[in-house]
Design a protein around this ligand. Structure first.
Ligand code: HEM
Ligand code: HEM
Length: 340
């Protein structure tokens, strides 16, 4: 806590100019996307395991609160991606460090250049939906209620991480001081070197994957088109006959090109990359603020591990499963009940 307060006050006080604020923005945008990703992977798995809940989840995406959040999410992804590329390129060529202030300005300019047309296209979808008197959307109270299970899930994960850390502390005891004259092997720093490279390499691979995904879900089609009866399903030659979000996902995951379910393979790569990159990023942030307390530092690492493994298993199992006609029928009933 002391460490976090110190960071906040020093960030405001320190006159590190643009580089300092780029670091803060990179951190905030990364954390924002991790939060969304957690909800999103759990939500998506419901298309397979709990179709009625998936209908409710997509209905919450189609409300004014989430529409505002969607613009924020896209802005976070675009800024974080461009700034991440700047970091990766400059770290790869340290002689370019002298250009880093200028590069930070280019990142802000590039973000604006990408966001203006993207926001205009997204706004078109939004106007189309909210301008139609037939459109129905959930009230704020229903949207907030739908998020409560996530709050409970976060609490359980935090308690589990604290308990694991306490058990480890009891079993392992206090770390022994290195004996005099014995050289300390920097084993930890070797692992950290691996993660340092991984963050840069995975960041570069994520750019086409996440931008492709967002282009399909925000530009080619909007979030509102996921439930368009008879509407086309982006990236396939099929139509969403029932107009349920579950059929939308079933059609995408069932679409074969030369016998390969291309969107399942794509989503696997996306899932693996963003979860490992995002939660290792969260670990870096949390351990930064808990270095003063080994118990909390360990719990931070466990928390990220628990969350990443849960999302990889849940998202992976969903991608390996079939969404049958029974699930689509359940989704139809749930959609009717939701808007009664
Ligand atoms: C779109 C392409 C992306 C690129 C090019 C990218 C690049 C990077 C790089 C290079 C770092 C390391 C920064 C450093 O060590 O100072 C980083 C950190 C981070 N990234 Fe990404 N990233 C991308 C996507 C994502 C996504 C989708 C998420 C969330 C799921 C995410 C979450 C984070 C977090 C939380 C950090 C830690 C920030 C910190 O230590 O302050 N990133 N990213
Ligand atoms: C509001 C914005 C978004 C919408 C509407 C959306 C929509 C969807 C949909 C409909 C699916 C189901 C599978 C498919 O059709 O391919 C999906 C899966 C997925 N999305 Fe997104 N997406 C959004 C943003 C993002 C972002 C920003 C990320 C990454 C940080 C992301 C990562 C994923 C992953 C990893 C999967 C696979 C999940 C699983 O295996 O269960 N999505 N998304």
């Amino acid at each position: 806590m002391t460490s976090l307060v110190l960071t906040l006050t020093e960030t405001l006080r320190y006159k590190g100019a643009l580089g300092q604020w780029s670091w803060v923005l990179h951190r905030i945008t990364g954390l924002g996307v991790v939060l969304f990703l957690t909800l999103h992977v759990v939500d998506t798995s419901w298309a397979v395991f709990y179709p009625a809940l998936y209908v409710e989840a997509i209905a919450t995406y189609q409300t004014p609160l989430f529409t505002i959040g969607e613009f924020g999410l896209v802005a976070c992804v675009v800024y974080h991606a461009l700034n991440g590329l700047r970091i990766a390129i400059i770290d790869f060529k340290p002689v370019w460090w002298k250009y880093q202030q200028r590069a930070a300005v280019y990142v802000l300019g590039g973000t604006a250049i990408i966001l203006v047309p993207v926001f205009i296209l997204m706004f078109n979808h939004v106007l189309h939906f909210y301008g139609d008197p037939e459109s129905q959307y959930l009230g704020l109270a229903e949207v907030i209620n739908a998020q409560l299970p996530f709050v409970a899930g976060f609490a359980v994960a935090i308690i589990a991480a604290l308990l694991l850390s306490a058990v480890y502390g009891l079993v392992a005891g206090a770390p022994a001081a290195p004996a005099k004259g014995v050289k300390h092997t920097p084993h930890g720093s070797q692992i950290e070197r691996f993660w340092w490279s991984f963050m840069r390499a995975s960041g570069i691979l994520i750019v086409p994957l996440v931008f492709g995904h967002l282009a399909m879900m925000h530009i080619v089609q909007g979030v509102f088109d996921i439930t368009l009866a008879g509407g086309a399903v982006v990236g396939t030659t099929t139509a969403n006959v029932t107009g349920t979000s579950v059929e939308f996902v079933a059609n995408r995951w069932g679409f074969l090109v030369a016998g390969v379910a291309i969107w399942r393979v794509y989503d696997f790569a996306l899932l693996a990359m963003v979860v490992i990159h995002g939660f290792n990023g969260l670990r870096l942030v949390l351990t930064d603020y808990t270095t003063f307390n080994p118990f909390l530092k360990r719990a931070s690492v466990y928390l990220c591990l628990i969350a990443a493994v849960t999302l990889l298993v849940l998202g992976g199992l969903a991608l390996l499963s079939t969404i049958d006609s029974g699930a689509i029928e359940m989704a139809q009933h749930a959609a009717e009940a939701l808007h009664q």
